[in-house]
Design a protein around this ligand. Structure first.
Ligand code: LMR
Length: 327
């Protein structure tokens, strides 16, 4: 009898040891191709996180909307069905964090130095604080880059956009931006853009070139204007309950892994976009027009009123914080 109970205890002990040895799984879902700045950095984070935790954490990266599309992925994070995402900053509005759309304001960042100061300073902190009450914790800001316009007609002046159906992300600022161009904005999940362009459901879109090229949009867009009129970047976010519930040592290793992955991401983003532009050129599918300064200035003037239009939604102070960094 005694030996039977000793055997049971031994079995229970080994079962509990096996259970405690099970790795913590982080499902990291995103909507872009693996060979984009975000896709590559997600893989980098996986590698660093698994190394630093000696396998106690396993990161599963799901690219290209394999698990969830834009809107669904944030809901899935809040429900705990995935543990990590890096949605673009333009996609937080529908969850009640319209302040993130400060990053969508046309021509608000004169260069990437200002942009990074904004992300890493007061504005970034204020934005992450907004996520707390939604059960989401912000971990880092990642770059993609400045956006370019594409469609099947040359786009030099604002008038060239008149009546074009333009796909946008789910941001009210982007909606106003397209309307300021005289275009007709249409919100659509990223995973649906290629076929919508192909079938003529929409005429054009805006994105950094790395997204444009890796989704093969050049096959269905004859014209691109290098306008750098707005920015597209990401907030890497996690489920708050999951993050707070991690053992402290694991959390600190993951924080270190995220810091390194973020440095890596910001290092490669511009080059990935430059390389993608060269590939679009080489493909000869899309005529590329670089907006000269004089035309760029006309676009800027016409789009600037969007800042004032959104002062109440985004917050005057937050917009002023950005202007202060840029000054
Ligand atoms: C888009 O929907 O255009 C982008 O946000 C996709 C992405 O995540 O870069």
């Amino acid at each position: 009898m005694k030996s039977l109970s000793a055997l049971c205890s031994a079995v229970l002990l080994s079962l509990s040891l096996a259970a405690s040895a099970d790795p913590i799984i982080i499902k990291f879902s995103h909507v872009v191709a693996p060979d984009t700045p975000k896709g590559r950095a997600a893989e980098k984070f996986k590698q660093l996180a698994e190394e630093k935790t000696h396998g106690r954490v396993k990161v599963e990266v799901y690219p290209n909307s394999q698990l969830y599309k834009d809107r669904e992925e944030l809901e899935a994070l809040q429900l705990g069905s995935v543990q990590m995402l890096a949605p673009s900053l333009s996609k937080f509005g529908p969850m009640g964090a319209r302040e993130f759309e400060v990053f969508d304001l046309p021509y608000i960042f004169p260069n990437s130095t200002v942009l990074h100061r904004v992300m890493d300073g007061v504005v970034g902190n204020k934005l992450f604080a907004k996520l707390d009450s939604k059960g989401v914790t912000g971990l880092a800001f990642w770059d993609n880059g400045f956006k370019q316009m594409s469609s099947n007609r040359p786009m030099h002046t604002m008038a060239d956009f008149k009546g074009l159906k333009m796909r946008i992300q789910s941001s009210k600022v982007l909606d106003a931006e397209m309307k300021a161009f005289g275009a007709v904005p249409q919100v659509m999940a990223f995973s649906e853009v290629y076929s919508a362009l192909q079938q003529g459901v929409v005429d054009g879109t805006e994105n950094p070139v790395s997204n444009f090229y890796t989704q093969k949009m050049n096959e269905v867009q004859k014209n691109m204007t290098i306008s750098n009129h707005g920015y597209l970047g990401y907030a890497v976010v996690t489920n708050k309950q999951f993050w707070d519930g991690l053992p402290a040592d694991i959390r600190s290793e993951l924080t270190a892994a995220m810091k390194e992955a973020t440095e890596f991401e910001r290092d490669i983003a511009q080059k990935d976009n430059d390389d993608a532009l060269e590939k679009v050129r080489a493909a000869k599918t899309t005529e590329i027009y670089v907006l000269p300064d004089s035309e760029r200035e006309a676009w800027r003037k016409a789009l600037l009123p969007v800042h004032a239009q959104f002062a109440d939604v985004i917050g005057k102070d937050l917009i002023q914080d950005v202007y202060d960094v840029a000054a």
